[in-house]
Design a protein around this ligand. Structure first.
Ligand SMILES: [Fe+2]
Length: 299
């Protein structure tokens, strides 16, 4: 075997066996609360793409309950198999007893299809749409999370009071597959709330623009997998959606440069916890959950 082939095989083994299971909890403060408010701890999970055999992923998700977050936000692509819901609920465990909100990703609706896993290296599937009938039990998935008390934010608004903070939520169904109906939830976010949060799966700029224009303070999304196959020192090669590579994961502002009469929103994109079963590799992009600590804005 040549040195190049041996190096490639080693990298593939690392990406599929080690890094894909090398979960990390990323922690991030977000200065978005009113002056004097008590910090709010938000656990942001996304893109589990759970199948029954992913025991290490399930164990990591189970471990997150010890954080005892004030709020859990799930930005979709939770399952990748019809029989994964039971394992998802077991993994979430006590997290389902915390206040929570969720939206779907397109992969909650459709079984994964074989494809070239290396597509993360060169192209995006933005704009692609699957018009087949959904074959995954997405309704059951939503019913189970809603039965636990989590708010279904798929093209809906919702409200929670947590630690005395009045939180106004609006979410959309997956923009990546054009299932978002912002028109159903459009309009100014309630200025009387202490915090206005927009939730979506894919951070498509057309949706981010609408949330920001309607006065939302914090936007939460997943979908990108952080690029999934990244180049050390360079980062993601693709975002798999409309945002730029620099914002493929983590915290940024949207819009990055606001017109004088417009305010900006904070955008947090989760790099997600899983991978599609047909692209089971992550490189220089560890699977993550994020503990966002919302703190008061600087005065
Ligand atoms: Fe995903």
């Amino acid at each position: 075997m040549s040195i190049a082939a041996a190096t490639g095989a080693a990298a593939l083994g690392y990406a599929t066996v080690i890094e894909r299971n090398w979960f990390v909890l990323r922690e991030q403060d977000v200065p978005v609360l009113p002056h004097g408010a008590t910090p709010l701890r938000v656990l942001h999970i996304s893109d589990l793409h759970l199948t029954p055999g992913r025991h290490r992923l399930m164990a990591f998700v189970r471990s997150l309950a010890s954080l005892e977050p004030d709020l859990v936000v799930n930005t979709g692509d939770s399952i990748a198999a019809p029989d994964a819901i039971r394992y998802l609920l077991e993994s979430l465990g006590p997290l389902l007893d915390r206040p929570g909100v969720f939206v779907y990703g397109s992969n909650d609706l459709f079984s994964p299809k074989p494809g070239n896993p290396a597509r993360y290296l060169w192209r995006t599937s933005a704009g692609e749409r699957n018009d087949d009938e959904p074959d995954l039990p997405w309704e059951k998935l939503g019913e189970e999370m809603a039965a636990a008390g989590w708010l279904d934010l798929n093209n809906r608004r919702g409200r929670l009071v947590i630690n005395g903070l009045d939180l106004a939520f609006t979410g959309v169904h997956d923009p990546h597959s054009d299932r978002d109906r912002y028109d159903l939830v459009a309009g100014q976010a309630d200025p009387a709330a202490d915090l206005r949060i927009g939730v979506m799966h894919s951070p498509e700029p057309r949706v981010l623009d609408q949330f920001a224009a309607d006065g939302y303070d914090l936007l939460l999304a997943g979908h990108t997998h952080g690029g999934q196959l990244c180049v050390p020192g360079f980062g993601a090669l693709v975002t798999n959606c409309g945002i730029d590579r620099a914002r493929v994961r983590g915290l940024s502002l949207h819009p990055q440069v606001a017109p004088p009469d417009r305010k900006t929103a904070w955008l947090h994109v989760s790099a997600g916890l899983g991978t599609g079963p047909w692209a089971p590799a992550r490189f220089a992009c560890r699977p993550e959950a994020t503990l966002l600590t919302l703190v008061p804005r600087p005065s």
